[in-house]
Design a protein around this ligand. Structure first.
Ligand code: NAD
Length: 479
């Protein structure tokens, strides 16, 4: 790591045990100040090819040594335990996360690596037919390409890396071009625990990602990001018939019934929508409130939003940070301008803060049509449309009237009723009287355009394993 000048860092990318530091540099910016904070290296086609080829060469020995995999993951977790503050500070600088949230992310990565080490691969039952016996066993795929987004960059990428490695795959990973530094730094810290070629951490944008997923030696792709990119990756994977796990966007509805006490739910609704400035895939992105409570909930949320303290990671009193990317900052401004032009009422926020940094205050918007962009599309930022309903069937239909199906919540004093309404919503995550809290290690899937397959939990782990059915001598070991 070079410090050039003070406080700016440059990190070469990691291929197995080696570093690559030539070619085009990728600058990284602090979204709280707009300042350049450092750089890494864009992996070009030759570097991608080299990393994937090395991963393919390293695969057979890695797949064959379960004990080594467990030890390596445990050792990686232990090493990161000594670098939490350094990693959290870098992550906070490149994402705009609070230091507290950045620490949680780093600790979660340690938990993911340790949790993967503790996993076991199920032993499958033999299938008999007369004198014939078939023995299915789990086997790793080979080289896994792992690609992640910028909003929660470490957890989302290391969920893939940890489970894929534990299952016996080798991995070439690429974080988002906006937030690569903390991931590359983790790669530097832990690479020595893995045999050469088993884990590479590249950097770069769409082109690097395209080259990685299209590489003929990649046997499985795991992607988290937008629907548009997911569709491109699925197209590329279809051409080679490569399996894809895809965690994509969401447009989560929250439905608030008339029997809740508004004062009890305002704070939780606020954080369900605005945590990480709304840059959470399963944030509340459309809020449906029963007619009888509508005005009270809107006023309560607007009051809560107006007294929210914005600030960067250096400000310990800040409740919300900046948008992580300039593109997202501009997108949110466009959505709000469009809503205004359509006659929307803005109850709080509604204007970007004067620079520096990409700060946008929490914004409560009403008087929007169901097909306005702010309601119909994923905003992924601190702007919440609040919509009115009177009839349960009607609100279920409106909540489900989306191509997405990631998360949803139902709020009612009658939890049986809330659960019954929730059962009619198309979502991979469902909360009753809450929204957004997740248990580490629980599986996560989505319906519709929100994705394919499962990440997390035992089901997510098993998605990094294929099945081979053996006819002949029964094997002694599994993957
Ligand atoms: P994005 O799709 O723009 O980028 C994600 C990653 O894909 C980046 O690393 C990018 O460089 C790479 N990429 C871009 N084009 C590519 C291509 N053609 N081939 C291969 N890789 C390519 O997404 P983003 O803006 O970083 O993330 C925000 C989106 O991610 C939101 O829609 C959000 O809902 C979604 N998300 C989903 C989950 C989930 O668990 N479902 C979690 C977090 C974020």
């Amino acid at each position: 790591m070079n410090a050039t000048p003070e406080n700016s860092i440059h990190l070469p990318i990691i291929i197995g045990h080696e570093e690559r530091d030539e070619g085009t540099f990728l600058p990284v910016y602090d979204p709280a100040t707009g300042q350049n904070i450092g750089s890494t290296v864009v992996a070009d086609a030759a570097i991608v090819d080299w990393a994937v080829t090395r991963a393919a060469q390293a695969f057979p020995a890695w797949a064959a040594s379960e004990g080594q995999r467990v030890q390596a993951l445990q050792a990686a977790a232990a090493t990161l335990g000594g670098h939490v503050e350094e990693l959290a500070a870098l992550l906070a600088r490149e994402t705009g996360h609070s230091l507290a949230f950045a620490r949680i992310e780093v600790q979660a990565v340690i938990g993911l690596l340790g949790g993967a080490a503790a996993r076991s691969t199920p032993v499958l039952e033999p299938v008999r037919y007369g004198a014939l016996q078939a023995q299915p066993v789990y086997v790793p795929y080979g080289v896994v390409a792992a690609i992640g987004p910028w909003n929660v960059p470490l957890i989302l990428l290391f969920q893939k890396i940890a489970d894929a490695l534990r299952a016996g795959n080798t991995v070439v990973a690429k974080p988002s071009e906006y937030t690569p530094l903390s991931t590359v730094l983790i790669g530097r810290l832990i690479r020595g625990h893995f045999p050469d070629g088993v884990l590479s951490i590249l950097a770069g944008g769409a082109q690097t990602g395209e080259q990685l997923v299209a590489h003929p030696l990649v046997s499985k792709i795991s992607f988290t990001g937008s629907v548009a990119t997911g569709q491109r990756i699925l197209g590329s994977a279809a051409a080679r018939v490569v399996p894809v796990t895809a965690e994509l966007g969401g447009n989560d509805p929250a439905i608030v019934f008339e029997d809740v006490n508004p004062q009890d739910v305002i704070e939780r609704l606020f954080w369900g929508s605005f945590f990480n400035s709304g840059q959470i895939c399963f944030a509340i992105k459309r809020l449906y409130v029963h007619d009888s409570l509508y005005d009270t909930v809107v006023a309560g949320l607007a009051e809560r939003a107006q007294r929210t303290r914005l600030g960067g990671p250096a400000d310990p009193t800040a409740e919300l940070g900046p948008l992580t990317t300039k593109a997202q900052f501009l997108h949110i401004q466009t959505l709000v301008s469009e809503a205004r032009a359509q006659g929307a009422i803005i109850h709080s926020g509604g204007e970007a803060l004067a620079g520096p940094g990409f700060f946008y205050p929490p914004t409560i918007v009403t008087n929007l049509a169901e097909d306005s962009r702010l309601v119909a599309e994923e905003q992924f930022g601190p702007v919440l449309p609040v919509l009115r309903f009177a009839d349960t069937e009607d609100v279920i239909q409106r909540a489900n009237n989306t191509r997405y199906g990631l998360g949803a919540s139902v709020w009612s004093a009658d939890t049986a009723r809330a659960a019954a309404v929730g059962a009619q919503l198309r979502s991979g995550l469902l909360w009753v009287n809450g929204h957004g809290n997740v248990v580490p290690g629980a599986p996560k899937a989505g319906f519709g355009a929100s994705g394919l397959g499962v990440e997390g939990g035992q089901s997510g782990y098993e998605s990094y394993l294929n099945i081979r059915t053996l006819y002949g001598p029964v094997p002694e070991t599994n993957a």
